[in-house]
Ligand binder design. Structure first.
Ligand code: NDP
Length: 336
């Protein structure tokens, strides 16, 4: 990467920032110059811990602090207003998923960035996984013939330090569907190179989610090209494995351990010729995401997942919730 480092403002004193994204910005050559938190003391402590030189509780102050881009990782109900403010200030926006709570809000965010001429990305990290890219490449190369079915195994255990708003606060966009299914939606679109048209889903309250908040879901998605995809997401399973499979007319791709934040997992191709472990060059998913975003800010290429991708992943997740509440198949209508 050439030129001056991209200067980042981080919106939200968050776990994802501490565990992955602040380090990724630095590893990708960026400079993290300011943090915004709603709480002065917590923000100051977080900035100290993560080595961010300036902390504020005022978004306008953050946006005016000489930054090029913001990384928005607050709880989901705050993404919209913060993105609109950043776009109005001419700052590029890398926003966490789900982009918002409604499709109308997500579309407004993407449109505001487009009008302001700033880059907007959605931080769907799984597109950056070497395993997921190997699956996509193999499907695109026709190695399994026509893709007929996909199966996504993404039931995990929400660790105690994350058992907050995700299972308690509906106003913040809680629940397994907006948290996990939204990632499956993006990964399925990416791997299959196809768009979902309808979904049928059932949700579960398995003992972790608060009143009315699902902590597990299973569903089936129909894609435009005819493929069916099954997904299983949860906060409650301590011992399940993750995976992503695609079964085609001439072969099957079996990805194991690949629906995760870490650069791990493997992919096996099974055909009439036998079994082949695909070569996987693991790399940090978040560094790759930030690197592509910064390159787009410099005028080359696009974020790995764009704002439009963020709308489309939300459209499938919201349709899954509609299906679960109505007991009927729901159309997936991103409206873009
Ligand atoms: P956290 O629960 O860590 O933080 C969310 C908000 O909670 C923060 O913005 C902060 O507010 C507030 N908060 C944090 N700690 C405390 C505390 N001790 N007391 C009171 N409030 C507190 O969120 P996550 O990092 O888990 O998720 C943030 C966003 O990132 C979400 O949109 C989520 O969907 C997304 N995400 C994406 C992932 C990916 O791989 N793409 C992975 C994980 C999350 P304030 O900022 O005002 O201080």
């Amino acid at each position: 990467m050439t030129g001056k480092p991209i200067r980042w403002g981080v919106v939200g004193a968050t776990t994802i920032g501490r565990e992955w994204m602040i380090g990724a910005m630095r590893e990708a050559g960026g400079e993290v110059v300011a943090l915004m938190s709603s709480d002065r003391d917590r923000g100051a402590a977080y900035a100290g811990e993560t080595g961010i030189p300036h902390a504020t509780t005022d978004l306008a102050e953050l946006l005016g602090s000489g930054i090029d881009a913001v990384y928005i990782a607050t709880t989901n109900e705050k993404h919209r207003a913060q993105t609109l403010a950043a776009a109005a200030a001419g700052k590029h926006v890398l926003c966490e998923k789900p982009l918002a709570l409604t499709l109308a809000d997500a579309r407004e965010m993407v449109e505001a960035c487009r009008r302001a001429g700033v880059v907007m990305g959605t931080n769907h990290h799984l597109r950056n996984a070497a395993t997921i890219r190997a699956l996509r490449d193999a499907v695109a190369a026709g190695r399994i013939g026509k893709a007929l079915f996909a199966r996504v195994f993404h039931a995990v255990f929400l660790p105690p330090h994350l058992q907050g708003w995700r299972i308690k606060d509906a106003a913040a966009g809680s629940g397994a569907v907006m948290d996990i299914t939204v990632h499956d939606a993006d990964t399925l679109r990416f791997v299959l190179g196809d768009e979902p048209v309808a979904v049928t889903a059932m949700t579960q309250q398995g003992g972790m989610g608060g009143p009315g908040i699902e902590d597990g879901v299973m569903g089936v998605v129909r894609f435009r090209g005819g493929a069916l995809a099954q997904f299983h997401d949860a906060f409650t399973t301590q011992y399940a494995t993750t995976g992503f499979e695609v079964h085609g007319s001439e072969g099957s791709l079996i990805g194991t351990g690949c629906m995760t934040q870490r650069p791990v997992g493997e992919v096996v191709l099974r055909t009439a010729q036998g079994e082949e472990a695909l070569t996987i060059a693991h790399e940090n998913l978040y560094v790759r995401s930030v690197t592509a975003f910064q390159t787009a800010v410099r005028g080359e290429g696009a974020p790995v997942a764009t704002g439009e991708d963020g709308i489309r992943s939300m459209a499938l997740a919201l349709a899954a919730l509609t299906s679960a509440s109505t007991g009927r198949e729901a159309p997936v209508e991103p409206g873009i």
